[in-house]
Design a protein around this ligand. Structure first.
Ligand code: NAD
Ligand code: TDX
Length: 332
């Protein structure tokens, strides 16, 4: 039995990770989360109180982080400012949380000799052309495009330097686009699902040719656990489930699955610097650790996600108006 410190555990991927961990092991979990606009207390409802604690605090709070890291066996770092569009409006919280926050954790991990896992994104590699047969591998050079992805790239490089220069015990993972329950409705898939529920037309950036490599959040988290348990020290593992689709295809599928005309959406302003395509080669993860995704069929994962947003209106309804008002200002 281990004591696991999960940063950002009230967010989308972190909360799903905590639910899975507490249901399937006897570990105890402490979540540190600053409860920004992206953190949601309701995402942690129903957890066993004896084995779970929420500390509402910033990962840049050095004395507190030092204490929490000292008290745990493993640190799993999900906390981040995570939305590209927000990073284009105001990069400053991205610099603080993604860079200074990661640095603060690494220094505590170094001081107390704790195991660390760093959760990152495939966006650190920049983007691929639509007709490029290549996919990202662990050896693809870093080439991030946005304030979000560049701060995530910087955080990855800090981890690698702390492994090499200070000998900390750490692994890294870079995953493709997640979907599933408890994702903030600013993100593409839940924004469109909740738009349809609210009678708002879904919004497609530009022509919608941009390709994302979709993976269900439970598959991301099962890979993270596999890497924590069996990954080699200092190594990076790419996580993806061969789920490439363009945004136009996804928006039409959501409309069709929700009983609407598949052309019933609006083209809106494109994202500045919009990455064209992400694609993950997961060979290392599969060959070395024997990982396999559970959700091989995007439509069944998407149906379960649509059902979750239909059944959990109380979770997202309070954020809908403000989220759409922010997009409306940008013509999106
Ligand atoms: P999210 O925005 O849903 O959640 C982030 C959480 O971090 C929130 O609960 C927020 O309150 C918390 N947080 C933010 N700043 C903090 C701070 N300074 N101190 C403490 N807590 C803070 O994000 P997500 O989609 O769950 O992403 C989690 C991680 O996974 C991120 O590191 C992200 O880069 C990475 N990732 C996400 C995806 C994806 O598709 N969403 C894909 C690959 C990697
Ligand atoms: O309303 C929309 N319409 C639209 O066409 C929104 C919100 C997005 N889009 C497009 C932009 C992207 O091409 O959909 C695609 C997905 O957009 P996001 O959900 O904002 O995700 P993305 O920018 O690809 O980044 C996501 O995956 C990688 C996460 O937000 C990151 O945290 C993760 O690192």
């Amino acid at each position: 039995m281990s004591k696991i410190l999960v940063t950002g555990g009230a967010g989308f991927i972190g909360s799903n990770f905590v639910h899975h961990l507490l249901a399937n092991s006897d570990h105890t979990v402490t979540v540190i989360d600053a409860m920004t606009y992206a953190g949601n207390r309701a995402s942690l409802d129903g957890l066993p109180s004896g084995r779970f604690e929420l500390v509402e605090a910033d990962i840049c709070d050095e004395p507190l982080v030092d204490k929490l890291v000292a008290d745990s066996d493993i640190v799993v770092h999900f906390a981040a400012e995570s939305h590209n569009d927000n990073s284009l409006n105001d990069p400053s919280p991205f610099i603080k949380t993604n860079l200074i926050g990661t640095y603060t954790l690494l220094e505590a991990v170094r001081k107390h000799g704790k195991r660390y896992h760093h959760v990152s994104t495939d966006e650190v590699y920049g983007d691929l052309e639509l007709d490029d047969p290549a996919k990202f591998t662990e050896n693809t050079p870093y080439n991030p495009s946005s304030p979000y992805s560049s701060t995530k790239a910087g955080s990855d490089l800090l981890v690698r330097a702390w492994v090499r220069s200070f000998g900390i015990t750490a692994t890294l993972s870079n995953c493709s686009n997640n979907y599933g329950p408890r994702q903030h409705i600013e993100k593409f898939i839940p924004r469109q699902i909740t738009n349809v529920i609210c009678g708002i037309r879904p919004k497609l950036y530009g022509a919608g040719e941009n390709v994302r490599d979709w993976i269900h959040v439970d598959d991301h988290n099962s890979a993270v656990l596999e890497i924590i348990n069996s990954g080699r020290n200092g190594e990076t593992y790419l996580i993806g489930a061969n789920g490439e689709m363009n945004n136009l295809e996804v928006i039409k599928l959501i409309l069709k699955m929700m009983g609407k005309d598949e052309m019933d959406f609006d083209h809106v302003n494109d994202r500045p610097g919009h990455d064209m395509r992400y694609a993950i080669d997961n060979t290392k993860l599969v060959d070395e650790l024997g990982w396999q995704p559970q959700y091989k069929d995007f439509e069944s994962g998407l149906q379960a996600t649509i059902d979750w947003y239909k059944e959990n209106e109380a979770w997202w309804r309070p954020m809908k108006e403000a989220t759409e008002a922010k997009y409306a200002k940008a013509g999106q």
